[in-house]
Write a protein that binds this ligand. Structure first.
Ligand SMILES: Cc1cc2nc3c(=O)[nH]c(=O)nc-3n(C[C@H](O)[C@H](O)[C@H](O)COP(=O)(O)O)c2cc1C
Length: 224
């Protein structure tokens, strides 16, 4: 199993939960490779449209985005984590994800997404982790990923040591259950029918010229 984890931060409750999930996946899978990235400090998208019009290699931030994009494409399981900040995902994660807009299925979705599992993890102090995992999930959906798990946790704390033992135990139980499910399903998932239909309609429109010429050429040559 190949795992790519894109973390918002190097520490904190959300990162701790991502690390717990990775440890559980390691226990369940003898052959596992993990690629990890942290996007704290990521520059926002420049809004130049060059990835759409001229290809992702022409992005002004291509040297930072490129290796992570490749690791996502090569993975069976992609983990995205973000704490809840002001009822949304952290700015650094949003900044990173904007750079993958060219992989939305209205543009150039990668064919490898058809069998990929996404995992969205968030924590909040009181309210908002559910919204963050929904927002992260939206990216998996528009990348054309086959299946996703949402793992929102309300920790009532500003750091992991402050989280009550009872809450930690519940989190560990949920993570163990999810890791088992991911391990069983990895490599065996396919896109749901509604996503396949949406992609087919979208692809037909793009091929007719409703979009960037690069996108039309991609849909014609790749059949994602
Ligand atoms: C700038 C900022 C904004 C926050 N906004 C919210 C919020 O809207 N809702 C909430 O429940 N908690 C909020 N929190 C609390 C964090 O979501 C919570 O402590 C989380 O577990 C921190 O995760 P981390 O340790 O991974 O950074 C906020 C914290 C910060 C620093």
């Amino acid at each position: 199993m190949k795992v790519c984890a894109v973390h918002t931060k190097v520490s904190g409750s959300t990162r701790k939960i991502s690390d717990l999930l990775i440890e559980e996946l390691k226990k369940n899978n003898a052959e596992i490779s993990i690629q990890e990235y942290t996007v704290a400090g990521f520059k926002p998208c420049a809004g130049c449209f060059s990835c759409f019009a001229n290809g992702e290699k022409t992005c002004p931030h291509a040297s930072e985005v490129g290796p992570i994009a490749v690791a996502i494409e090569e993975a069976d399981v992609v983990i995205l984590d973000s704490p809840c900040y002001t009822m949304g995902m952290a700015g650094a994660m949003q900044s990173f994800l904007e750079h993958l807009g060219y992989r939305f299925f209205a543009h150039r979705p990668h064919p490898a997404m058809a069998h990929k599992i996404g995992v969205a993890i968030s924590t909040c102090g009181g309210l908002g982790a559910g919204k963050v995992t929904k927002d992260l999930k939206r990216h998996f959906f528009y990348w054309g990923a086959a299946k996703y798990y949402r793992l929102p946790f309300t920790v009532f704390a500003s750091s992991w040591p402050e989280v009550k033992e009872k809450t930690k135990a519940k989190i560990v139980k949920k993570i163990q259950k999810t890791a088992l499910s991911i391990s069983e399903k990895s490599g065996k998932v396919n896109r749901p029918v509604h996503l396949r239909m949406m992609m087919r309609v979208c692809g037909a429109m793009v091929k007719k010229g409703n979009g960037f010429p690069l996108d039309a050429a991609w849909w014609t040559s790749q059949n994602p």
